[in-house]
Design a protein around this ligand. Structure first.
Ligand code: 6LW
Length: 537
C-alpha cells in the first residue's frame, strides 16, 4: 500500500512531473531557505529529497519577506531535455492585496546547476508552463491585484512564452474564470486524446479546498466544466482523517496509468467539538502535506479512483517495479558533515558564515547570535518540520550568555508571531545563566520561569533540551547530565502552531522544531549544538 501523506510535514502545493522513469514532486517552502523542495521516486510510494534549487541569495533573496511570503506553488515540468521550474516569490501577504514576483529557472539535471531566475512578470501567482506538441510553450497563472479579498477576480490567464527570447510574446487571454467555489488558482494544463484539460484549485487552501477540472478542444478554450463536479475535495467528508484536499497536478506513467498529487492536512481533533462546529475539523500543526491517488478516465474525464476524497491508503503502483528509498522518519544529526543536511532549513537567508559554522568546532553546529525569533531579517534559526502528531525532539548544547539580550536553545516555531522557546539566558539579578521559556502567541509575549529561574549549575558543561509533542499539547524538559530530566511545568497547545490558528492572510506553512541563538546586544555570542534527535513516538 502507499500511505498518504507520501511527504510528511509542511510540503504543500505539490507539482509532479516525470522524466523517463523518474518522478519528481516540487513543493512550496514560503519563507524557509533554500527555496523549493523537490522529491524523487521511481515507485510513487517512497520519496526522498532530491534538490532544493533556490539555494543562493542571487537566486532567492527573502530577507525581510513577510511570514508565509516567499516561495509559493512551484510548478515543475520536464521537456526538451530540461527541467522547467516556475515559482512566485511573494513579497507582500497581509495587505489589501498580495504582491509577488514570478520567475522561471531551468536545469538539465534535477540537482542543477539551475540557470539564473528569468523574470516572468508580477501579474499573479501559481504560474505553470504547458509544453505543446509543436514546441510552443504557454504560461498560465492566476491573476491577483487591487480587488476586495472576499470577491477577487478569479481569472486564469494564458500567454505564449518564447524560450529563445525568454519573453512572453502574446496577449494575455483569460481562459477560465472559476466556479462559484471561487479562489481559482494553481492552473495546470494537460493534453489527452485531443482535449486540453485545465486543473485548478478552488475554494481557498483551507478545509473548503477543491480540485476542479475543465476541458477544451483548443488551449485558449472555451473550457467546459466536468459534469462529474469537483475532481477532489474533503469538504464533504468532515470526519475523514485527511482534510483540505486540493491543489492537484497529474502525471502519466510510461504505460498510460495516471496519478494525481495534491495537498492534504492531518488535523488534530478537539475531542469536545462536533465536526461541523467552529474548530470542529481540528487544527493542522503539520501544515499542508503531499498526497497521491490514482486517476481513471471515464468518457473523457479524469476521476479519482474510489471517489473524489482523500484516502489514507491506495494500492501500490505494481507496474513500476523498482523500489525507491524513502526519507527516514527519524532524524539523528551529530553535525559531522560539512554542510547542513536536507532536513534543515533556515529562515529567509542561507546558512552562511553570518549565521554559523559546521567547521569552526568539529562535530558541532555553531550558531552565532543574530536577530531574535520575531525578526524578518537575520535569524540564526536552523529548524526541521513537525512530521508526526507525536514525537520527541532533543538537543545538547554548550552556551553561556553574558547579558539579557543573548540566548540559545530549542524552539517550536510557526512564524515570527507564534512560537515557544526553551532558552539559556542571563539573569541580571543572579548574574547567572538560567533556563527559561518564552512564548509569543499572536504577537503577545509570555515569560515563564522568570520569577523562579532554573539556574544552570556551574559544573554543567552542556545542557540537554527536549520537547515532547503529544497530539494537542507539548512540553519541554531539560537535563544537566543527559540522564535526569526535569519537565518544565508549562504545557503548551500544539494547535496554536497551526495554519488554522493564525489570523490574517498568511497561514500557509506549518510547525517546525528548531535550534536558535540570539544576540540583539551585538556583543557577539555563539552556541555549539552537539547533536539533534527527532523520534516519532
Ligand atoms: C498557493 C495558492 C494558495 O500558491 O496558497 O490559497 C498558496 N492558495 O494556490 C500557498 O500555498
Amino acid at each position: 500500500m502507499i500511505h498518504n501523506p507520501i511527504i510528511k510535514g509542511f510540503h504543500p502545493d505539490p507539482c509532479i512531473c516525470r522524466a523517463g522513469d523518474d518522478y519528481y514532486i516540487a513543493t512550496s517552502t514560503f519563507e524557509w531557505f533554500p527555496g523549493v523542495r523537490i522529491f524523487h521516486s521511481r515507485d510513487l510510494k517512497n520519496w526522498k529529497l532530491a534538490a532544493m534549487p533556490l539555494d543562493t541569495v542571487d537566486k532567492l533573496d527573502m530577507k525581510g519577506n513577510p511570514d508565509s511570503g516567499g516561495i509559493w506553488a512551484p510548478a515543475l515540468s520536464y521537456a526538451d531535455g530540461l527541467f522547467w521550474l516556475l515559482y512566485t516569490d511573494v513579497k507582500v501577504v497581509d495587505a489589501p492585496w498580495k504582491n509577488g514576483r514570478n520567475y522561471l529557472v531551468t536545469a538539465e539535471h534535477i540537482d542543477g546547476p539551475w540557470c539564473d531566475p528569468i523574470p516572468m512578470g508580477n501579474g499573479g501567482f501559481d504560474p505553470s508552463l504547458y509544453h505543446a506538441d509543436d514546441g510552443k510553450k504557454f504560461y498560465v497563472y492566476r491573476t491577483w491585484g487591487p480587488r476586495h479579498h472576499s470577491d477577487p477576480i478569479n481569472d486564469i490567464v494564458i500567454q505564449e512564452f518564447n524560450p529563445e527570447t525568454q519573453s512572453l510574446v502574446s496577449e494575455r487571454r483569460t481562459i477560465f474564470s472559476g466556479t462559484e467555489l471561487k479562489y481559482t488558482e494553481a492552473p495546470h494544463i494537460y493534453k489527452k486524446d485531443g482535449y486540453f484539460y485545465l486543473l485548478t484549485a478552488e475554494g481557498g487552501t483551507s478545509f473548503e479546498h477543491h480540485v476542479t477540472v475543465a476541458r477544451a478542444k483548443e488551449i485558449d478554450g472555451p473550457y467546459a466544466l466536468s459534469p462529474h463536479g469537483p475532481l477532489l475535495s474533503t469538504w464533504h467528508t468532515p470526519n475523514n482523517p485527511l482534510q483540505k484536499a486540493g491543489h492537484g497536478s497529474l502525471v502519466e506513467t510510461p504505460d498510460g496509468a495516471w496519478y494525481i498529487t495534491y495537498l492534504v492536512s492531518r488535523p488534530l481533533k478537539f475531542h469536545d467539538r462536533p465536526s461541523l462546529a467552529k474548530w470542529g475539523r481540528g487544527a493542522c500543526s503539520m501544515g499542508r502535506e503531499t498526497a497521491i491517488d490514482r486517476i481513471e478516465w471515464q468518457e473523457g474525464w479524469p476521476r479519482v479512483v474510489g471517489g473524489n476524497f482523500a484516502k489514507q491508503e491506495i494500492p501500490e503502483a505494481t507496474h513500476l517495479a523498482e523500489v525507491s528509498d524513502a526519507e527516514s522518519e527519524a532524524i539523528f544529526d551529530d553535525f559531522s558533515r560539512e554542510s547542513l543536511q536536507g532536513h534543515w532549513q533556515t529562515l529567509r537567508i542561507p546558512f552562511s558564515d553570518r549565521l554559523g559554522s559546521l567547521s569552526e568546532r568539529k562535530g558541532y553546529l555553531r550558531l552565532r547570535g543574530r536577530d531574535s525569533l520575531v525578526s524578518l531579517f537575520e535569524q540564526s534559526t536552523v529548524a526541521t518540520r513537525w512530521r508526526h502528531h507525536e514525537f520527541v525532539a532533543s538537543t545538547k548544547l554548550i552556551f553561556s550568555a553574558s547579558n539579557f539580550q543573548q540566548s540559545a536553545g530549542l524552539c517550536c516555531y510557526y512564524n515570527t508571531s507564534n512560537w515557544t522557546y526553551l532558552a539559556i539566558e542571563f539573569d541580571e539579578t543572579l548574574k547567572r545563566n538560567c533556563i527559561r521559556v518564552m512564548q509569543v502567541d499572536k504577537q503577545v509575549a509570555h515569560f515563564y520561569l522568570y520569577d523562579d529561574p532554573i539556574v544552570v549549575p556551574n559544573e554543567a558543561e552542556s545542557v540537554w533540551m527536549r520537547v515532547n509533542v503529544s497530539g494537542l499539547t507539548y512540553q519541554y524538559s531539560y537535563s544537566f547530565d543527559g540522564q535526569t530530566w526535569c519537565d518544565v511545568p508549562v504545557i503548551f497547545d500544539a494547535w496554536r502552531l497551526s495554519d488554522d490558528y493564525i489570523e490574517g492572510r498568511g497561514f500557509f506553512t506549518g510547525a517546525f522544531v528548531g535550534l536558535h541563538c540570539a544576540d540583539i546586544s551585538g556583543f557577539g555570542c555563539h552556541a555549539d549544538f552537539e547533536e539533534f534527535n527527532y523520534e516519532p513516538k
